[in-house]
Design a protein around this ligand. Structure first.
Ligand SMILES: Cc1cc2nc3c(=O)[nH]c(=O)nc-3n(C[C@H](O)[C@H](O)[C@H](O)COP(=O)(O)OP(=O)(O)OC[C@H]3O[C@@H](n4cnc5c(N)ncnc54)[C@H](O)[C@@H]3O)c2cc1C
Length: 217
């Protein structure tokens, strides 16, 4: 047991991080309270990460060295760059905005099965709630499909909470994919995203694979 823990939690991450030498490239504010962290490194494609997956991230910065937190890739992984997008809700998530370019980054992963390999049908409905948009953004960009095959439904409390919306609009236009937002009305009423309402908006919804990510409820 100790050997397994040592192998997976210590030796494998050490080897991975020596090979890829990841560093913070930039921190970008997406909306108030949500930042993207761009992480550069060497031969990152050899990590074998796919859109939809996550890593446990550790940043060699004050107050962040000793804890690792899970964040999904919010864009398709590139050989020289990975990106995460994070909503500040506590200690670790709030400190990310203070990261300086050049900060060393350790990652453990990739983890997660929310990938294109789960596909069983031609059409896909991606449903994102709040910051659950992060893996969905990466999948929206990369899932194979012809024009009209991919739909993204993005639920947020308000339009100000919609992160990455301009990228999403661009991807939708380039791919001929469908992008639908579901935000509260100005008086706070929640939008109807019941099964019936989905069936009205997407009549062939029962012929779609559905990928979901977001908070409960
Ligand atoms: C597989 C996975 C992928 C994730 N990807 C992303 C991502 O791409 N972007 C992003 O912003 N966040 C993501 N998260 C959530 C993120 O990991 C947590 O928000 C973060 O670790 C909280 O750390 P903290 O120290 O800032 O807050 P803490 O002080 O640990 O928590 C603050 C408050 O948030 C609650 N909380 C903590 N974690 C979660 C959670 N996972 N779900 C709901 N409530 C929680 C706590 O109960 C507490 O009330 C992901 C979580 C998982 C499990």
């Amino acid at each position: 047991m100790t050997a397994l823990v040592l192998w997976y939690r210590v030796i494998t991450p050490v080897r991975l991080n020596m090979r890829h030498r990841m560093r913070v490239e930039a921190v970008v504010e997406e909306t108030p309270g949500i930042v993207s962290v761009l992480i550069g490194g060497r031969r990152l494609h050899r990590m074998g990460a796919e859109a939809g997956q996550f890593f446990r991230w550790r940043f060699k910065a004050p107050g962040m060295r000793f804890s690792s937190h899970p964040y999904s890739l919010s864009a398709a992984p590139r050989p020289d760059m990975l990106r995460i997008t994070v909503k500040a809700i506590g200690d670790h998530t709030s400190r990310l905005r203070e990261l300086r370019p050049g900060t060393k980054v350790w990652a453990e992963g990739p983890y997660g099965a929310l990938t294109a390999q789960r596909r069983s049908r031609g059409k896909v409905l991606l449903v994102a709630g709040g910051v659950g948009i992060t893996p969905m953004r990466a999948l929206f960009e990369t899932l194979p499909g012809a024009a009209g095959d991919i739909t993204l439904l993005y639920r947020a409390n308000s339009t100000q909470d919609l992160a990455l919306w301009s990228e999403l609009a661009k991807i939708a236009e380039e791919r001929g994919a469908r992008l639908m937002y579901a935000v509260n009305s100005p008086d706070g009423e929640r939008p109807d995203i019941s099964a019936e309402s989905l069936r009205r908006k997407i009549p062939d919804v029962d012929r779609h694979d559905v990928f979901m990510c977001g908070p409960p409820g």
